[in-house]
Design a protein around this ligand. Structure first.
Ligand code: BEZ
Ligand code: FE2
Length: 406
């Protein structure tokens, strides 16, 4: 048993002071420090100084670790130019991300308070490292391929990777699937993959309505994707229509990544089916995709998550960097309200979407925790979330299943 004492606790729905938390693998008790010490006399005490704050570990629900070798190899500014650069450079970038590179990426996340992540894997090269990561991992085996002639080969390769990941399944490594996007996966493959996921109760993640080019291609078979598909894949017809694609996910609670170019009808379907939206503001900015209207997402009551995406479209996997950017992208929302919503989007909301028993400081939840230090006393407790985002780069400690990492 351990007892952690900080000045503040962000649950994350409320901020409390003068309380401590007792936990083993899971949180056992939340009470006054003196009472907990008496109740659990053998517990190891971990006490933090002045302006410390305890909050749930962050959950980075969308990352592509296999692309972690990228620094400036890929072209930013426009989605199609970026996609062409990925296709051109991936054969040199992917092998460059060896075991050390993957472990480095995972360690950066750990040091910035990330105690769970959702890894989208294109090749399975990150599978073993993810299964041994200190964090809780939802491992999304991805399927891609819009050409029906290659469908069987691609599906078999996908199922092979899924089976390998099932062999590694344990309490902290949870296999799942990713369907790359409506423009890049043939509808027959989408159907088969969703059927498989439903049968096996696997979570599904998909990129959806990321760019203007995707919107125009799926709606009208025009726009910047037209030349891309003609030149690269000799195709003139989109692999899916947006609504057909979306409705194939009905009855699942899936993760829709980006959704910057979603229309009202699509958002309504996402809400009705209790899907979640993953917002990646830095990636959206760098690839020229614009900014998600998060006010509308909140108004519609859609479960809202924030994530970094991969180093293929970001300079960092530190969620504190991402949240700082989000504060400035969404400049029209009250910063204190937004800060609290953003912290919720990487804790409680993300845990609900990934079906993880963490993301809250509550009895019975896994003791996945982080401790940060505020620079000085604050007069107003409601300003704590904003100041945590502004002043944190690295955290003091994290706990995962009650185990401490420095
Ligand atoms: C494909 O494999 O069909 C594909 C990959 C990336 C973008 C578009 C299509
Ligand atoms: Fe992504």
């Amino acid at each position: 048993m351990k007892i952690v004492k900080t000045k503040y606790i962000l649950t994350p729905d409320k901020i409390i002071s003068d309380r401590a938390v007792a936990f083993d693998e899971k949180i056992v008790d939340i009470d006054e420090f003196e009472i907990l010490k008496e109740k659990y006399p053998d517990a190891k005490i971990v006490e933090y100084e002045n302006n410390s704050c305890l909050l749930p570990g962050f959950i980075n629900s969308h990352v592509h670790l296999e692309f972690s070798a990228n620094k400036a190899s890929l072209s930013y500014g426009d989605f199609i130019i970026w996609l062409n650069s990925v296709i051109k450079k991936r054969e040199e970038l992917i092998p460059k991300c060896d075991e050390d590179c993957l472990k480095n990426a995972i360690d950066t996340m750990l040091k910035s308070g990330i105690t769970s992540f959702g890894a989208v894997s294109s090749y399975g090269y990150d599978m073993n490292v993810c299964s041994q990561a200190p964090q809780r991992v939802v491992y999304f085996n991805e399927i891609i391929g819009s050409n029906p002639a290659a469908a069987d080969v691609l599906y078999n390769d996908f199922i092979q990777r899924v089976k390998e990941s099932i062999k590694l399944k344990d309490e902290k490594f949870i296999p799942a699937i990713a369907i790359h996007s409506p423009y890049s996966v043939h509808r027959v493959l989408v159907e088969k993959a969703i059927e498989f996921a439903k049968k096996n109760s696997f979570l599904i993640s998909t990129h959806f309505m990321e760019s203007r080019a995707e919107r125009e291609w799926l709606d009208k078979a025009t726009g910047d994707f037209k030349a891309f598909f003609e030149d690269f894949l000799n195709q003139s017809i989109p692999a899916n229509r947006a609504l057909d694609f979306l409705e194939m996910f009905n009855g699942t609670n899936s993760l829709f990544v980006h959704t910057v170019w979603c229309n009202e009808k699509e958002l309504e379907i996402i809400e009705k089916n209790r899907h979640s939206i993953i917002h990646c503001p830095v990636s959206n900015r760098l690839l020229g995709n614009g900014a998600l209207d998060i006010g509308k997402i909140k108004y519609l009551g859609i479960n809202f998550l924030t994530a970094t995406d991969g180093l293929s479209s970001n300079y960092s996997l530190n969620l504190y960097e991402e949240l700082k950017s989000a504060l400035f992208v969404h400049y029209y929302i009250d910063p204190n309200v937004l800060a609290m919503d953003l912290i919720r989007s990487v804790t409680k909301n993300a845990a609900a979407a990934l079906k993880l028993n963490c993301g809250e400081i509550e009895i019975g939840k896994y003791a996945d925790l982080q401790i940060v230090e505020l620079p000085e006393d604050l007069d107003n407790l409601n300003e704590i979330p904003l100041n945590i985002i502004l002043h944190t780069k690295k955290v003091k400690n994290v706990f995962i299943s009650g185990e401490m990492y420095e």
